[in-house]
Design a protein around this ligand. Structure first.
Ligand code: PA5
Length: 461
């Protein structure tokens, strides 16, 4: 069994029903079938992108030099500190968070030094929200803290603003030497303000390869540095990604998980009228992965007013008590991508007490793991019986290898889906206008102060 596999029967006839408007005919996936033809074109697009160097994320698992560089910084510089604070937003934060939540103890920061094996505590400072920034800076002892400022462009307003505050606090508390000794940048190898600052002030800086964009950078120093610094086996993450890449480059659609996932999700949107793609792991440890996927899918594919999916991050079983009613009986515009985790280290047995109360008695003798998994199976079946499509990503065991595989699978799927939708999954032109307006309003040199629609009290209550 592979560390990560895809079960897609619940999107197909006859499992989901025989109505062609609601379920896909599996014959279309066969060699020469229509969905196979779409896949072959997308696969060629991926191969071409790899050959030309445009899809740099595909080669990250082989970049031993970069992985060694990260590990060396993590093992030396990183271990001088008791706290690592990763400062970044979007693709410069979500991948690192997904790794940390999946692989570190859930109470990592509250655990004793011994329980953490003396690896540092880890925080992510993502939003330019004064409440969370002030609270974190109040709590962290600056003398033992390393701030990893992550920005591919080296100029993102939120991250630069956090940096200005942190630099100031460090200088105040520890002087100029303190500033340099407590900062580590992760940024473009040549361009941007962070790179210039690194050179001017001799601040250590790791490179994000130029052909690796923000939301595709989890397996670059962006995600690897916090992982390696907290003791995650980076080699395993990359090995899992390399194994998955080989599977995602197979010619045979029915043996290619990224090919299947991309053609099926695209067809769910364009043929079954299911543009809402709900990513729903049944594991608290994969909640941040769902947020990472939401960004990857939304920012990569949301580029045409009349086409493109809307991702939605959810969590099983919690959202059975929030979203499930909508999934079962609301508009038929959703496909759910479940993530099912196999073997867990501590399944937690449920004591067989309270035989007199049927609501409790039937649970006794099972495990919490079994309950969660049974709920997933039951929800999948309930959706199927209502003719509502779903897919299941099965993770045999949640570890660095399978997580590396999931990252690679979802990134290749996104690039292939870009080909199906006819959009460039690597850019994000739509976010530019908001950035320009913000910098103009804040008085950035060279940017015209924009004219804004007047606030109209008539429309305010
Ligand atoms: O995927 C992307 O490119 C974006 O989400 C970026 O990661 C995000 O805007 C942060 O950019 P940067 O890393 O340049 O600070």
């Amino acid at each position: 069994m592979s560390p990560v596999s895809l079960n897609y029967g619940n999107l197909l006839q006859p499992r989901l029903g025989s109505d062609a408007a609601k379920a896909l005919d599996p014959e279309r996936l066969a060699p020469g079938g229509e969905l196979d033809a779409r896949f072959q074109a997308a696969l060629e697009r991926v191969r071409e992108g790899r050959r030309s160097g445009e899809l740099g994320f595909l080669d990250l698992p082989d970049d031993q030099r970069l992985a060694r560089q990260v590990q060396e910084v993590a093992d030396s510089f990183g271990q001088w500190f008791h706290t690592l604070v990763v400062v970044g937003i979007g693709g410069s934060s979500l991948g690192g968070r997904a790794i940390a939540e999946a692989l570190l103890d859930r109470h990592w920061n509250e655990a004793s030094d011994e329980a953490r094996d003396h690896f540092p505590r880890l925080h992510f400072l993502e939003n330019a929200d004064p409440d969370s920034t002030a609270a974190l800076l109040r709590q962290v002892d600056l003398r033992g803290a390393l701030f990893n400022v992550v920005s591919k462009s080296g100029g993102t307003a939120e991250t630069m603003a956090q940096y200005l505050i942190i630099e100031d606090r460090l200088r105040e508390a520890l002087g100029d030497e303190g500033v340099r000794g407590h900062l580590l940048f992760t940024t473009d190898p040549e361009r941007g303000a962070l790179r210039r600052l690194a050179l001017e002030r001799e601040i250590p800086a790791l490179p994000v390869p130029q052909n690796v964009g923000g939301r595709f950078s989890v397996l670059s120093p962006v995600g690897l540095l916090p992982a390696a610094t907290t003791g995650v086996d980076v080699g395993e993450l990359l090995a899992g990604a390399a194994e998955m890449r080989a599977r995602c480059l197979r010619d045979d659609l029915r043996r290619n998980p990224a090919g299947l996932l991309s053609v099926l999700l695209h067809a769910a949107d364009t043929e079954l009228d299911c543009p809402v793609h709900v990513f729903m792991p049944y594991s608290d440890r994969l909640r941040a992965l769902a947020l990472w996927f939401q960004q990857l899918w939304g920012e990569s594919l949301g580029k045409a007013p009349t086409a493109g999916p809307t991702p939605l991050a959810a969590l099983g079983a919690v959202d059975q008590h929030s979203l499930l009613q909508l999934l079962m009986e609301g508009p038929r515009d959703k496909v759910v991508i479940f993530v099912r985790v196999g073997r867990r280290d501590e399944p937690l047995e449920l004591p067989a007490t309270h035989a007199e109360h049927p609501e409790l008695a039937y649970l006794g003798g099972h495990t919490l793991d079994e309950l969660l998994d049974t709920e997933l199976r039951a929800t999948t079946e309930a959706l199927r019986r209502r003719g509502r499509p779903s897919l299941t990503l099965q993770v045999e065991r949640l570890d660095a290898r399978s997580l590396g595989g999931l990252f690679m699978l979802l990134q290749v799927t996104t690039v292939m889906a870009g080909a199906h939708y006819g959009v460039d999954p690597l850019n994000q032109p739509g976010v530019e206008l908001g950035k320009v307006l913000t910098s103009g309003l804040l008085g950035r040199e060279g940017v015209e102060p924009p004219e804004m629609a007047a606030d109209d009290e008539k429309w305010t209550v």
